[in-house]
Design a protein around this ligand. Structure first.
Ligand code: OAD
Length: 234
């Protein structure tokens, strides 16, 4: 902890990379692990463009279920601590794989949503994106142009938003300290951001109760829950 506090205190540019584990203590299910969503659901049937084409109603029912869960919960101490780190850091970037919007709710301002947001919808015809917070959502939702609306998230097999990815790599390359919080580190290119940062000389810290493929490249590993560890850093 002392080592980490020292690094954070002297960091000029701090990057925090988060995954589903940061929202776990709020009650958002993670994807992998014993209680993970992918234990009981097949991502190929729910989170691919092909799945949506085959059965948009099924995919929307699943997203509506997740939107309902998320709409009822609050950010946890980890989200608030990350928002506070932003205020205290000269240069700060939060890169999140989460689509739940809890970082924003906790007050984060400088964030990159690598996998989109569950609170946006995009028309498959005219490609117009807009915010939609209806819970429940009318299934299947339609665009004013008549086209089918899809969740504004990145699915397996799809490229990440180009600008978001560019900015994420830029921030990772320029960081002198990176906190990797609550991600299994198995989904690319998100996981490679931590590697890039390490190669560029950043001090990489992993905060996760479990080891991951990123543990090997971390300069420091703290096996703890994000909501318990991060507030004590402040
Ligand atoms: P995962 O579900 O793969 O991993 C969650 C990680 O959080 C695991 O390594 C847990 O050990 C850790 N964890 C659990 N509780 C924690 C806590 N309280 N504090 C800290 N860590 C904790 O979630 P992601 O890594 O985010 O993509 O998954 C990456 C992507 O895979 C997601 O964005 C999603 C998914 O399929 C798409 O849907 C495209």
């Amino acid at each position: 902890m002392e080592k980490l506090k020292g690094r954070l205190g002297s960091a000029r540019a701090l990057v925090v990379l988060t995954g589903a584990g940061v929202s776990a203590e709020s009650g958002v299910p993670t994807f992998r692990g014993e209680e993970g969503l992918w234990r009981n659901h097949d991502p190929q049937e729910l989170a691919t463009p092909e799945a949506f084409e085959a059965d948009p109603r099924l995919v929307w029912e699943w997203y509506d279920w997740r939107r309902t869960i998320i709409s009822r919960i609050q950010p946890n101490p980890a989200h608030y601590a990350i928002a506070e780190l932003e205020k205290r850091s000269p240069e700060f970037t939060l890169i999140t794989q989460n689509v739940d919007g809890l970082h924003q709710l906790a007050g984060s301002k400088k964030f990159i949503e690598l996998h989109g947001s569950i609170w946006t919808v995009r028309c498959v015809e005219c490609e117009n994106s807009s915010e939609n917070r209806d819970v429940p959502i009318k299934i299947p939702p339609r665009c004013p142009c008549g086209g089918l609306l899809r969740p504004g998230v990145v699915w397996f097999g799809e490229p990440l938003p180009e600008l978001a990815l560019f900015k994420a790599f830029e921030a990772s390359s320029n960081a002198d300290c990176v906190l990797v919080v609550g991600t299994s580190g198995v989904v690319q290119p998100a996981a490679s951001l931590a590697l890039r940062a390490g190669e560029a000389g950043a001090f990489v810290v992993e905060i996760n109760p479990e080891t991951t493929p990123l543990s090997r490249v971390a300069d420091l590993r703290i096996p703890a829950k994000a909501g318990e560890l991060l507030p004590t850093l402040l």
